[in-house]
Design a protein around this ligand. Structure first.
Ligand SMILES: C[S@@+](CC[C@H](N)C(=O)[O-])C[C@H]1O[C@@H](n2cnc3c(N)ncnc32)[C@H](O)[C@@H]1O
Ligand SMILES: O=C1c2ccc(O)cc2O[C@@H](O)[C@@H]1c1ccc(O)cc1
Length: 364
């Protein structure tokens, strides 16, 4: 059979555009990184109004030879939804000389990249776009043919957690990236606060710097929150304990401190099914027998291709590939259900949160 025979030329060229779009998609990531490195969203925010190219290059002190580069970056990012191009009336020189000019305004996506704000995602972008983290994905072909090695073992020489423990500056960047993602969950948790009502204690397993725990403990000041993570992770945060929030170091495969509720945010997707069942069994042991409110709360992506819109599934499937680096994966409801049953849980309920995450309540 002749490949492409019977196809119209325009259909074949559409196929070419599709291939090229994906081939060069990394340039979208690189432009995002470029924009963050130059702190363009923060500059526009501090400018307090849409910024012209002339104003931007003057603040950035761009040499004349690179002005067209910045102009192209701004065109690329505006085309991709990071800036709106708006018309402004430049009032230099009085009424009669008012000139119409194009200027760049922040969109929601670039507002999320303004440094130092509550929902700033710059730490996530900086960590994810660090070549040490992203270059492993050049080795997926090699990984496929290696029987027993994870992608991180091939690219970093060890698993991610071990690598982070030996590279303190990357560990800090990783923890900050996780914290920025957790901070976003605050926007969605408010609508589901009922699942935390009536509880006395919660243990946030793999809780990193405790961002989610702090959000929950601020919502429920009487709730005792324990942030549980690897010893070298929690030792960095023991200074941030408060009345109702403490840090405990340990290994979730050995022992999890007892609490009414065990919280797992972005933990299960890091692991294969066998490890997940082990974690869930330890969670079940940790859930206090002294309350009828005992449960596990999981915050993770749930793949739902039929229900989610294309872009959301695309994002979840990208993260699924990222999780490949550690033998983890993103799961569908059926795949989660299988894990819960195998670990001895009786029932579960899924609440899709606004955004990418779902909240899954699992009953022992
Ligand atoms: C993907 S991060 C999630 C952090 C946090 N839950 C969040 O969503 O922001 C996974 C966390 O699991 C922790 N972790 C990995 N292995 C662990 C283990 N054996 N016991 C306890 N924590 C572990 C890591 O140190 C890391 O903080
Ligand atoms: O490494 C990354 C990671 C690891 C574990 C996890 O649960 C979430 C993660 O999200 C990212 O920050 C991070 C990552 C994701 C995608 C990518 O291309 C590079 C790094």
């Amino acid at each position: 059979m002749d490949l492409l025979s019977g196809r119209k030329a325009n259909e074949i060229f559409e196929g070419q555009v599709h291939v090229y779009k994906h081939m060069y998609a990394y340039l979208d990531s690189m432009c995002l990184k470029w924009c963050i490195e130059l702190e363009i969203p923060t500059i526009i925010y501090n400018h307090e109004k849409p910024i012209t190219l002339h104003e931007l290059i003057s603040i950035l002190q761009v040499p004349p030879s690179k002005i067209s580069g910045v102009e192209r970056l701004m065109r690329h990012l505006s085309h991709n939804g990071f800036f709106d191009i708006v018309t402004i009336h430049d009032d230099d020189g009085g009424d009669e000389n008012k000139e119409k000019k194009e200027a760049y305004a922040l969109t929601i996506a670039s507002e999320l990249l303004v440094k130092g704000t509550e929902y700033c995602l710059t730490p996530m972008a900086k960590c994810g776009l660090n070549p040490l983290m992203s270059s492993s994905f050049n080795l997926l072909g090699k990984w496929t043919l290696e029987k027993n090695l994870t992608l991180s073992e091939i690219s970093l020489g060890t698993n991610l957690w071990d690598f982070l423990s030996k590279n303190p500056s990357i560990l800090t960047s990783f923890n900050e990236s996780m914290a920025s993602d957790s901070q976003m969950v605050k926007l969605a948790l408010k609508d589901h606060s009922a699942v935390f009502e009536g509880l006395e204690s919660i243990v946030d397993v793999g809780g990193g710097n405790g961002t989610i725990s702090k959000i929950i403990s601020d919502m429920f000041p009487k709730l005792k929150c324990i942030v549980f993570d690897l010893p070298h992770v929690v030792e960095n945060f023991s200074g941030t304990t408060s009345n109702n929030l403490s840090f405990v170091g340990g290994d979730m495969f050995n022992y999890i401190p007892e609490a009414d509720v065990v919280l797992l945010k972005w933990i299960l997707h890091d692991w294969d099914d066998e490890h997940c069942v082990k974690i869930l069994k330890k969670c079940k042991d940790a859930i206090s027998k002294n309350t009828k409110e005992g449960k596990a709360i999981i915050i993770d992506f749930v793949i739902n291709e039929k229900q989610d819109e294309f872009g959301l599934t695309q994002m979840k499937l990208r993260m699924d590939i990222a999780m490949t680096s550690m033998n983890g994966k993103e799961r569908s409801e059926e795949e989660f259900n299988k894990l819960f049953l195998e670990a001895g849980f009786q029932d579960y309920k899924i609440f899709p949160l606004t955004g990418m995450y779902s909240l899954i309540v699992v009953y022992p």
